[in-house]
Design a protein around this ligand. Structure first.
Ligand SMILES: Nc1ncnc2c1ncn2[C@@H]1O[C@H](COP(=O)(O)OP(=O)(O)OP(=O)(O)O)[C@@H](O)[C@H]1O
Ligand SMILES: [Mg+2]
Length: 325
């Protein structure tokens, strides 16, 4: 087994285009063509996807040709069955998922605007079983047997913030396992908890808002430098449509290189960060250096931006790499 994804598992339900969410039984003034009757917005498509920084990244990794085992906690409910079915159909090994009876499967409802951006739109989110994940759910020897371990959202799966889990990570790294990490929220209190994982991480990939919240530095280069000082060899800060920056430690201070976003017709940027991580990890798995791996990440993310949902348009590694030519 090559890659273990570990952390947040969320079922996303997305709709597009949603020009406005009507208030109750009211119609949207000035939007007669998109309203199907009192309180109804007629949309082109509605999808359900496996999402969250572990599940979404696991599906993208599988699409890119990796063997993936995903570890997390979901509910023993219909949403959980659907999440398992989607992941299994995509070739992800779901034997690392534990099912909880006392908590629902985490889920989000996402209305996507006509411009493809979620800014200004509500997200309805139930954190559910992600909050119940603990180190006990991680099978013995699993991390050490993996070439790469991706921690997806330890800010929300805060039960992993446990010396027993850090000991597992340390033991795995001693036998050559490489650890990557992304975070899910922008909540300062949750992100403060995620900082405890940084000494056990090789490559950390937050977005700009998360890097700022974790460091108090609004400048992403300064934020990356502050995060590098906490342990990782590489910090990649994703900047949405402005691309990303790759910061590595060097003798005279952090070396920072910028990568542009690839020009694409954007439908929905949900899951672009997860796809970026999947492309990056795939690059590492193919022996590429961090800068080239980040290019693979940008190409996977630009692919996903062209359709609805975190797995959109992601057909395979060859198609993703063709974007870089
Ligand atoms: N409009 C866009 N056009 C092309 N590429 C984009 C666009 N938006 C994002 N990307 C790519 O996706 C990467 C990740 O995006 P972003 O910084 O928004 O991640 P994120 O906030 O973690 O997203 P999410 O949490 O929804 O997965 C960017 O670095 C960029 O390469
Ligand atoms: Mg993200």
């Amino acid at each position: 087994m090559a890659v273990v994804t570990l952390g947040a598992h969320i079922l996303d339900v997305l709709a597009r285009p949603v020009p406005g969410v009507p208030a109750g039984q009211d119609t949207v003034p000035g939007e007669p063509d998109t309203v199907g009757g009192p309180g109804t917005v007629v949309v082109d498509e509605i999808r359900a996807t496996a999402a969250g920084s572990a599940a979404g990244t696991a599906v993208a990794l599988a699409r890119l040709g990796n063997d993936v085992v995903s570890v997390g906690a979901i509910g023993d409910d219909d949403l959980g069955d659907l999440l398992v079915a989607i992941m299994t159909r995509n070739g992800v090994d779901v034997r690392g998922l534990v099912r909880r009876t006392a908590a629902q499967t985490a889920a989000s409802i996402l209305p996507i605007g006509p411009d493809g951006r979620r800014g200004g739109r509500p997200i309805l989110h139930a954190p559910g079983a992600n909050l119940t994940l603990t180190a006990g759910a991680v099978g013995p020897g699993l991390l050490g047997a993996a070439r790469l371990v991706h921690l997806g959202g330890p800010d929300v799966t805060s039960g992993l913030n446990d010396p027993a889990f850090f000991a597992m990570l340390a033991a795995a790294r001693e036998t050559g396992t490489v650890v990557t990490m992304d975070v899910l929220s922008t909540v300062p209190g949750l992100l403060a908890g995620a900082a405890a994982f940084l000494p056990h991480v090789d490559h950390f990939l937050p977005n700009e808002a998360q890097a700022a919240a974790m460091t108090g530095e609004d400048d992403p280069e300064k934020a990356a430098g502050a995060l590098l000082a906490q342990g990782p060899a590489t910090v990649v800060v994703t900047l949405g449509g402005d691309g990303s920056l790759v910061a590595t430690r060097a003798a005279g201070g952090p070396e920072v290189r910028r990568l542009p976003a690839l020009p694409v017709d954007v439908v929905d940027t949900t899951g672009c960060g997860d796809a970026y991580c999947a492309g990056f990890v795939t690059g590492l798995a193919h022996g590429r250096d961090v800068l080239e791996s980040a290019r693979w990440g940008a190409a996977a993310a630009a692919t996903v931006a062209q359709g609805l949902g975190s797995d959109a348009c992601l057909t395979g590694l060859d198609d993703v790499l063709r974007m870089l030519k």
